[in-house]
Design a protein around this ligand. Structure first.
Ligand code: COA
Ligand code: AMP
Length: 633
């Protein structure tokens, strides 16, 4: 089939109201909208204002009413606990309605925030949908974040209640969550009224009397409750993501635009129909998990898969193929890191041959730059189209993709293909002027952003405008650098800010620098991204000690590694740090992070003309060599 992607894209930009008004017909509305696109508070814009709906109703009840009650809605596959469990739409709706009743009993009502700090278990999905059912605003915090990060999110979201579990399980280790939660609540200024704790069989957490409640007890007296109508513009959830400093940004997702965009994307981008199986192998603590492990497939009436395991080690590099065969996965979505990890253990892809992957149609990759080598390897071993697509937590769904449901365009490895309908993407120089075709610059999206993208930051309209809409007026700044080729294919080269992508996890080097600078012996520091053969990028630190510090440098660096682990979390993968006499700087005092990053990547550049002391670069090279950089990628 010839692709209708370019035509639809053009139509969506020419007549956004017409385009998204038609897409919105696929959603059940309690009250139709007054305006498809409301720009009365430009540059802030709202979609479907005046409309009302319930996202949980659209994700569960509507399918039951249309005869899908006995179809699988959710499959939980957990090699780390040896469990496989399936939930039909009927079963999932009943569990969600009852847990929503339990939240109501605890005093949670429309607009209240509920922080969810949980592992990849069905109760996490149930909790998210239960919040949506009663109009409470959930804020899921990834379980790999440590107390300090959790505390920051608690203080910003100010939840009435926190939902958590006794532990997570990483391969064969039980990781207690409750001590981290308790420490976070101690640190936070805001105190939740109640914590509801899921006691997993692997570990029983101790409960704080008067504050904590066992999940099972919370459910004991609860009865099912119905869906509460929400304004299309009401917040469905807040998801915190790394900014350039240690302060995370609360990305808001609304009910109306989110439901319309995600449902539309399921077929148009992913080619998924109702009743089919989509597996987005991402933790629900990330945007991909929210959009395509939870909401997207359920809004479509498809089956989604929740996997509590790793691509390798649970038990081997065939784990993903076992899951695909066992559950009949039609579309798989993961990060390139997953494939690099699998390839490292199974370079010839021999594990694939042990399983029947006849149902697998397409593999989607996102979350970090996809190197052509990884894409071509995945294509060769799986024998299905592999689609690199580009998006951000802020947009909540892909900005650029090869839209399978609209007819595939030729694949160009290294490019996530063309802008998706709704996104008007261009590349501008630092003065905001369009760059010539093929020239690298700042990738921007012309306003309005399509439905489903963040309408604002939580309680912070000014911060939203300042962070995203001010640098290039009339546009949303993606903070990604890239170019567009003569065929309209977008190439994303990397971030223009301090964000790095470690195993597809978004982290802030600025945030790590804040933690390191807090060490009493550190005078100044810099954290840069170094290329890693599996995780794409990992952070590497350089510190200068305060005058007069005579302690052993190895002891100090070990403390710094531990500090980042304790404050941010193990997921930061901060393992390498070196002590220097000085940091390389320009004569005006700017730290030359870009130069250090190039050296860590093995690019031996000449010292920049503005450097104050070129000799310091030799010290950086030597420190990198001792830490094992550059590494072969
Ligand atoms: N709760 C608690 N700790 C967690 C955690 C969680 N949910 N997730 C990760 N961690 C910890 C890990 O245990 C590990 O700790 P350690 O330093 O004590 O070993 C650390 O955070 C780093 O974890 P991870 O990045 O997962 O590294 P790994 O070496 O355990 O696994 C991969 C490597 C490649 C298998 C893994 O990163 C992976 O599956 N990546 C795919 C990424 C992905 O799907 N991203 C989604 C974005 S679209
Ligand atoms: P996150 O908000 O965690 O989804 O991270 C978003 C960032 O990841 C983007 O701004 C990009 O820098 C990067 N990213 C995501 N997908 C891709 C992709 N397909 N190609 C290149 N970079 C990507």
């Amino acid at each position: 089939m010839a692709s209708i992607h370019p035509d639809l894209h053009e139509r969506s930009l020419r007549d956004p109201e017409g385009f998204w008004g038609i897409a919105a017909e696929a959603i059940h509305w309690d009250r139709r909208w007054d305006k498809v696109l409301d720009e009365s508070r430009a540059p802030l814009c709202r979609w479907f204002s005046g409309g009302s709906l319930n996202t949980c109703y659209n994700a569960l009840d509507v399918h039951i009413e249309r005869g899908r009650g006995k179809q699988r809605a959710l499959i939980y596959d957990s090699p780390v606990t040896n469990t496989v469990r399936e939930y039909t739409y009927n079963e999932l709706r009943d569990l969600v309605a009852r847990f929503a009743g339990a939240l109501v009993l605890q005093g949670v009502s429309k607009g209240d925030r509920v922080v969810i700090y949980m592992p990849m278990v069905p109760e996490t999905v149930i909790a998210m949908l239960a919040c949506a059912r009663i109009g409470a605003v959930h804020s899921v915090v990834f379980g790999g974040f440590a107390s300090h990060e959790l505390a920051k999110r608690i203080d910003d979201a100010r939840p009435k209640i926190i939902l958590s579990a006794s532990c997570g399980i990483e391969v064969n280790r039980t990781l207690p969550y409750k001590p981290l939660l308790d420490a976070a609540i101690d640190m936070a200024e805001h105190k939740p009224r109640r914590c509801v704790i899921l006691q997993r069989p692997q570990l029983t957490a101790s409960l704080v009397e008067g504050r904590d409640l066992d999940w099972a007890d919370a459910l004991a007296n609860a009865s099912a409750v119905d869906c509460v109508p929400c304004e299309a513009t009401d917040p469905l959830y807040v998801l915190y993501t790394s900014g350039t400093t240690g302060v995370p940004k609360g990305v808001v997702r609304d009910h109306g635009g989110h439901a319309v965009a995600l449902k539309w994307s399921m077929h148009a981008i992913y080619g998924i129909g109702s009743g089919e199986v989509m597996w987005a192998a991402a933790d629900v603590g990330w945007a991909v998990g929210h959009s395509y492990t939870v909401y997207g497939p359920l809004l479509k009436g498809a089956t989604t898969l929740l996997y509590e395991g790793k691509p390798v080690g649970t038990p081997d590099a065939g784990a993903f193929w076992r899951v695909c065969e066992q559950h009949g996965v039609n579309v798989l979505f993961t990060a390139p890191t997953t494939f690099r990890a699998i390839r490292k253990e199974d370079p010839r892809g021999q594990m694939v041959g042990k399983y029947n992957l006849a149902r697998l149609r397409t593999l989607f990759l996102a979350g970090e730059r996809c190197d052509p080598d990884t894409l071509l390897w995945a294509e060769a071993v799986l024998g299905v189209p592999v689609i690199d697509h580009w998006w951000q937590t802020e947009t909540g769904w892909p900005i650029a993709a090869n839209c399978v449901g609209l007819g595939m365009l030729p694949v160009k490895p290294g490019s996530p293909t063309r802008a998706v309908p709704g996104f008007d993407v261009s590349v501008v120089d630092d003065d905001g002027q369009k760059t010539p075709t093929g020239h690298v610059g700042n990738v921007v999206i012309r306003l309005p952003l399509p439905p489903g993208c963040l309408p604002t930051l939580w309680n912070n309209d000014d911060g939203f405008v300042k962070s995203y809409l001010t640098r290039f007026p009339g546009h949303y700044s993606t903070s990604d650098a890239g170019f567009i080729d003569p065929d309209g294919y977008i190439f994303i080269m990397g971030r223009t800010d301090d964000i790095i992508n470690v195993a597809g996890h978004r982290l802030s080097t600025g945030g790590m620098e804040e933690v390191i600078s807090g060490h009493p012996d550190v005078a100044e520091c810099a954290v840069i991204a170094a290329p890693d053969p599996v995780k794409g990028e990992v952070p590497v630190g350089f510190v200068v000690l305060k005058a007069g510090v005579e302690r052993d440098a190895d002891a100090i660096t070990a403390e710094l590694v531990q500090r980042v682990r304790d404050d941010i979390g193990a997921l930061a993968c901060f393992r390498s740090v070196a002590v220097l006499h000085r940091l390389p700087k320009t004569r005006s005092g700017k730290i030359l992070r870009g130069t250090m990053k190039k050296l860590a990547g093995g690019i031996d550049i000449a010292p920049p003309a503005t450097i104050d002391d070129p000799a310091i670069l030799d010290e950086v090279r030597e420190a990198l060599r001792r830490m094992g950089y550059p590494r072969e990628v």
